[in-house]
Design a protein around this ligand. Structure first.
Ligand SMILES: [Zn+2]
Length: 286
């Protein structure tokens, strides 16, 4: 009898002390994992502080940091073209790690050119969907922590709902004729779909064929017709090509954190609110 009690105590002790090691390929997913997983997860953020989303690929340093992770969180939707190789590395490691594409929990939104916009984090509703998926996975890993995980998920979901409400309210005042959001790459289509804006991405329509005068002329004419006054670039990047297009239609250039990599912005909420402010300002200026 004493032996059974001792075993029960030991087992209980092991379960209490258990955390899940989660590696993440995007800072916003790292933050989500910390908030939903709380003290029950150990999050390893693999994305380097000054990395660029579309150029980053994990190297030896990141792979070493991710060792012994049970989960490797990825954005999915094609953001990480190296996922197949990564999956192979971690499926054969000891213990094996599972690569989870949280973007699979989010419906596709197409760009005006007909490809899938992978930047799903730009709509808080999508962050909520992904957080639900993550919570299910964590509950599966730590069934005894189910209640705590659900309670943290509810707090996170509430914060995302609040952002959706704020954005709907703030953008109500933008008149129909000004509801075009022009960005340098097709990164705000989820945002536009959620908040009833019309996205135009310069890359894909004109930037790739910078030398093609006809397509640049067509683009400029469309931007003029739509009364565009601001063109948005990724934070801290401002290609001369876009400056030229902006000045040719008498528009200004603004910045958005479209890729979700904003080291100075500590939370998703801070990033989203900065983006929202910049969009409202750019679409309502005369
Ligand atoms: Zn991007």
């Amino acid at each position: 009898m004493r032996f059974v009690v001792l075993i029960a105590l030991l087992v209980t002790h092991v379960v209490w002390g258990e955390t899940v090691r989660v590696a993440s390929l995007h800072p916003l997913l790292s933050e989500m994992a910390r908030r939903v997983g709380g003290k029950d997860v150990e999050v390893v953020n693999l994305f380097p502080p000054h990395g660029e989303l579309h150029r980053f690929e994990p190297g030896a340093q990141e792979l070493a940091a991710a060792v012994q992770s049970r989960l490797i969180l990825a954005c999915g939707k094609g953001v990480e073209p190296y996922l197949g190789a990564l999956r192979e590395v971690f499926s054969s490691s000891d213990p094996p790690g599972r690569v989870v594409e949280l973007g699979n929990a989010v419906p596709d939104v197409l760009t005006p050119e007909g490809s899938v916009d992978p930047h799903w984090w730009n709509a808080p509703e999508n962050m909520k969907r992904a957080a639900y998926e993550l919570a299910l996975i964590l509950e599966n890993e730590l069934p005894e922590k189910r209640e705590e995980i659900r309670s943290r998920l509810a707090t996170y979901a509430q914060a995302m709902d609040e952002l959706t409400r704020e954005a709907r309210l703030a953008l109500t005042h933008v008149p129909e004729v000004r509801r075009t959001l022009v960005t340098e790459h097709a990164a705000m289509c989820h945002f536009c779909a959620a908040f009833r804006l019309h996205p135009i991405a310069i890359q894909g329509s004109a930037a790739e064929s910078e030398g093609d005068m006809a397509s640049v002329a067509r683009l400029i004419s469309e931007l003029r017709q739509r009364g565009v006054r601001r063109i948005y670039v990724e934070l801290r990047e401002s290609p001369r090509f876009l400056q030229n297009i902006a000045s040719s239609i008498n528009a200004t250039v603004g910045e958005l954190s479209m890729d979700g990599i904003a080291p100075g912005q500590p939370t998703y909420e801070a990033m989203f609110r900065n983006n929202l402010r910049a969009v409202c300002e750019g679409l309502s200026n005369e």
